[in-house]
Design a protein around this ligand. Structure first.
Ligand code: FPP
Length: 254
C-alpha cells in the first residue's frame, strides 16, 4: 500500500518519483497559429511522447497525465470526437513503443462512457503492457477527483458493509485502497502548463502534499527542456510535510 503523506512522512528524492500533469493550452497554442483547436491536441501528442521519454530517462517511476476530465464532455461535440479519435490512434500506434521502453500503461476514470472500440483498445493496451515496470504511465480519461473519492467510498462499503454501522472504523487506509490509483504513491510533483493556476478536480485526494508547479508554456511547446526546468524547481523545494524547517535540518545532520 502506498504511503499516505498525512499519516506518515514519505521518503523523498531529488528526482520526483511520481509526476502528475495537467496538459493545458492546446487550444490557445493552435489559436495563436490560426489553426483549429484540434490541431493543438494533435500536436500535444508529441509532448506526451517527449514527457514519457524524459521521465523514463531521468528515473521517474510514475507519470500521470490528465487527458480528459469528467467536465470536458461540455466541449463542442466535434472537439470531443477528435479527442476520442486521437486516443484511439495513440493506443493503436504507440503500444509497441511503450513495450520497447518498458512502460506499463493504465487508464483511470469512468471508462463506461467511452465507445466500446475505445474501451477494448484500452483493455488490450493495459494487458499487453501489464508486465512492464520501468515507468508506470497512467492516463486519466473521463476522470474527476470527486468521482474517484465517491467511487472509492461505494467500493469500500460494498467490500465492507459493516463499516456503515461502525463509521468510526472508516479511516484513510480503508478508503484509499479503493481509489483508482491505489497502486501508486501520491504525486511528488504536479505540473500544469498553459498559465492557469488551479487543480481542476485532478487527483484531489492525492495532491494533499504535492509540490505544485505552474508554467505559462502551452502543452504543445512543453518539451524535454521545459520538463527539466520543472524538475530543477522541484529539486530546490523543501518538503516539510507539516514539520518546521529547523526539524528538517536537525534530521539531516543526524
Ligand atoms: C487541454 O487544453 C487539453 C486537453 C483537454 C486534452 C489533452 C489531450 C492531449 C494532449 C492529446 C492526447 C493525449 C493522450 C494522452 C493520448 P485546452 O484544450 O483546454 O487548451 P486551452 O486552455 O488553450 O483551450
Amino acid at each position: 500500500m502506498a504511503i499516505s503523506s498525512t499519516l506518515d512522512i514519505p521518503v523523498t528524492s531529488t528526482v520526483p518519483q511520481h509526476v502528475a500533469i495537467i496538459m493545458d493550452g492546446n487550444g490557445r497554442w493552435a489559436a495563436k497559429r490560426l489553426l483549429p483547436r484540434t490541431a493543438g491536441h494533435a500536436r500535444g501528442v508529441q509532448s506526451v511522447r517527449s514527457a514519457v521519454e524524459t521521465c523514463g530517462k531521468l528515473g521517474v517511476r510514475y507519470l500521470t497525465l490528465f487527458a480528459f476530465s469528467s467536465e470536458n464532455w461540455r466541449r463542442p461535440a466535434d472537439e470531443v470526437s477528435l479527442l476520442m479519435r486521437l486516443f484511439v490512434q495513440v493506443l493503436e500506434k504507440e503500444v509497441l513503443r511503450l513495450q520497447e521502453k518498458g512502460v506499463r500503461l493504465r487508464v483511470v476514470g469512468d471508462l463506461s462512457a467511452f465507445e466500446p472500440r475505445l474501451q477494448e483498445l484500452i483493455e488490450q493496451a493495459q494487458s499487453k503492457t501489464a508486465h512492464n515496470d520501468q515507468l508506470h504511465l497512467t492516463i486519466a480519461a473521463n476522470y474527476g477527483g470527486r468521482w474517484d473519492i465517491l467511487q472509492a467510498m461505494r467500493r469500500m462499503l460494498q467490500a465492507s458493509p459493516e463499516l456503515a454501522q461502525n463509521t468510526e472504523q472508516i479511516n484513510e487506509p480503508a478508503l484509499t485502497e479503493h481509489l483508482s490509483m491505489a497502486w501508486a504513491p501520491e504525486p511528488d510533483l504536479f505540473i500544469r502548463t498553459g498559465g492557469e493556476q488551479r487543480i481542476s478536480n485532478f487527483l484531489i485526494w492525492q495532491l494533499a502534499y504535492t509540490e505544485l508547479f505552474f508554467t505559462d508554456c502551452y502543452w504543445p511547446d512543453f518539451n524535454s527542456d521545459e520538463l527539466k526546468k520543472a524538475f530543477e524547481w522541484y529539486r530546490n523545494r523543501e518538503r516539510r510535510f507539516g514539520r518546521t524547517s529547523a526539524q528538517l535540518q536537525a534530521a539531516a545532520s543526524n
